[in-house]
Design a protein around this ligand. Structure first.
Ligand SMILES: O=c1ccn([C@@H]2O[C@H](COP(=O)(O)OP(=O)(O)O[C@H]3O[C@H](CS(=O)(=O)O)[C@@H](O)[C@H](O)[C@H]3O)[C@@H](O)[C@H]2O)c(=O)[nH]1
Length: 478
């Protein structure tokens, strides 16, 4: 759909934006100056300001890397030499985290079975951004930064593979993103529900066994989800709840109520982790992350080959990222049901900082820490309103549409979730208001020619999950 107001305004702003969108920004990485066509003018200005605050860290004889003097850089100076295995390091959060830690001197090993790419191939989906193969990504990163990321391609559900990866890399920390992470995917049919739960639970179980048997002092940083808590009618605490019952008091794991087979798989992971912390003295941090939005991080924008994936489809796309793309292409914003569903949200730039904070502040042996990893909470209606308002500033014709909710979930509910622990450890959040101004929408507009409109519709109905294998055919334009 064309948007005339947008075209007019764009024409007016063309000269001002020419430098931003057509020109190139220069970034100093690895002692070299790189020209990046994907940086905007504002980004370039910010890069320059970051560079001016940067300290230069000697990497090797041929390269230096600019180390930003931001909060995560100061959270610990212990990056150098710390060995971090990132399971799921080819995915949306994992790739950004791998580069963030590598840039700060951590020794990074990516472990990935590339299943996220396989889901796209199977279902006919695609990311908004053109992403390079994982091999090209790590090659380019080495060229850009002078940093080497090792790569182990394989499935952590395969003990033979995982144990060899562990033995050869000897991680100090394992950051585990390597799960099937889409609630809609887990609700497509029986096969995908079973895959989600076996893949996620068995994979995590193998990681726990690998720590016990092969590297007992390795700290596990595991991505959980805020969705483990559901939407209770009381405040949500960070992991544990102190309860007085019949005159006796105890601090217990906060009650869990998942709303999809995916969310339920995470609950089981948490239970297995808590048990192994007690039984085997595993050190674990469970990060109950909210809905992530955005795509830019300093490192993934350093070269077009490093760009992160951006999902907007009805299966892997999440609320805010979908709304932004919908606004960019003139599709009505798909608010499911009444839109009172409230969740915790965070910018991907904060995801990578939170992981570094968790790594820098490890749990003790036998301890299972739980942090709620989000920075702000919004209802779906509030998100739609914000995207509409910001979109109109760019001349986009944004319409909000309440569509029948394909999910079974509360559409009007109390929600007040604590999220102070990561802030106490040094997180300085990027807030949504700034991110929108920071051109999330402009980014989507830049790539909108790649949007396939038929992928936008809600694709999976919770009430219709059946035993018959559903190949979706979702990606075929009708
Ligand atoms: O077009 C859309 C898409 C979503 N929603 C609504 O937005 C809310 C969040 O849905 P989502 O698709 O953004 O996120 P969700 O399915 O919950 O899962 C995502 O966010 C989770 C964090 S949380 O939501 O559990 O806190 C992560 O664990 C998952 O990996 C990630 O895919 C839901 O109420 C959903 O009904 C809409 O109204 N319209």
């Amino acid at each position: 759909m064309q948007c005339r107001a947008m075209q007019n305004q764009r024409a007016g702003r063309r000269s001002a934006k020419a430098a931003a969108l057509q020109g190139v920004a220069r970034m100093h990485i690895g002692g070299r100056v790189f020209a990046s066509p994907v940086f905007g003018g504002r980004k370039a200005a910010r890069a320059a300001s970051v560079a001016s605050r940067a300290t230069s860290v000697k990497v090797n004889a041929t390269a230096t890397i600019e180390k930003p003097a931001g909060p995560t850089a100061t959270a610990s100076s212990g990056g150098a030499g710390t060995r971090v295995m990132i399971i799921g390091g080819d995915g949306y959060c994992g790739w950004a985290t791998a580069l963030h830690l590598s840039a700060r001197g951590y020794e990074v090993c990516i472990v990935d079975n590339l299943c996220r790419r396989q889901f796209d191939l199977t279902l006919g989906l695609d990311t908004l951004t053109p992403i390079a193969t994982i091999h090209d990504r790590v090659r380019k990163w080495a060229e850009v930064s002078g940093k080497y990321i090792s790569l182990q391609i394989g499935d952590i559900c395969d003990w033979e593979f995982l144990s060899q990866a562990f033995t050869s890399f000897q991680p100090d920390h394992v950051v585990h993103f390597g799960e099937q992470r889409s609630a809609p995917y887990s609700m497509i049919d029986r096969q995908k529900a079973v895959f989600t739960q076996t893949n996620n639970v068995v994979g995590t179980l193998n990681v726990l066994f690998a720590i016990k048997e092969l590297k007992p002092d390795c700290h596990l940083v595991k991505l959980g989800t805020m969705g483990e808590y559901g939407t209770p009618n009381i405040d949500i605490e960070e992991g544990y709840l102190t309860v007085t019952h019949n005159g006796r008091t105890d601090t217990l794991p906060y009650p869990k109520q998942g709303n999809s087979f995916y969310h339920l798989s995470k609950i089981h992971d948490s239970t297995n982790m808590l048990f192994t912390c007690k039984a085997w003295k595993v050190a674990a941090t469970d990060l109950n992350q909210g809905v992530v939005y955005g795509v830019r991080t300093e490192e993934t924008m350093a070269d077009p080959l490093l760009i992160n994936r951006y999902d907007y489809d009805g299966i892997f796309g999440t609320a805010l990222n979908r709304f932004v793309v919908q606004a960019a292409v003139g599709h009505p914003l798909t608010v499911y049901g009444k839109g009172g569903q409230t969740r915790g949200f965070l910018d991907i730039r904060d995801t990578v900082r939170c992981i570094q904070i968790a790594v820098d502040n490890p749990a003790a042996r036998g301890e299972m820490r739980v942090y709620n990893q989000f920075t702000e909470q919004f209802s779906v209606n509030q998100l739609a309103e914000i995207v509409g308002r910001e979109g109109r500033k760019l001349g986009l014709d944004v319409v909000v549409q309440n569509v029948p909710n394909p999910r079974v979930e509360a559409e009007e509910h109390y929600y007040n979730a604590k999220h102070t622990k990561l802030v106490e450890l040094g997180l300085q959040p990027h807030l949504l208001a700034d991110s929108m101004i920071d051109s999330l929408l402009e980014f989507a507009v830049q790539y909108r020619d790649r949007v396939r409109m038929e992928l936008i519709k809600p694709a999976v109905d919770w009430r219709k999950t059946g035993v018959k294998v559903n190949t979706m055919g979702a990606a075929v334009a009708k």
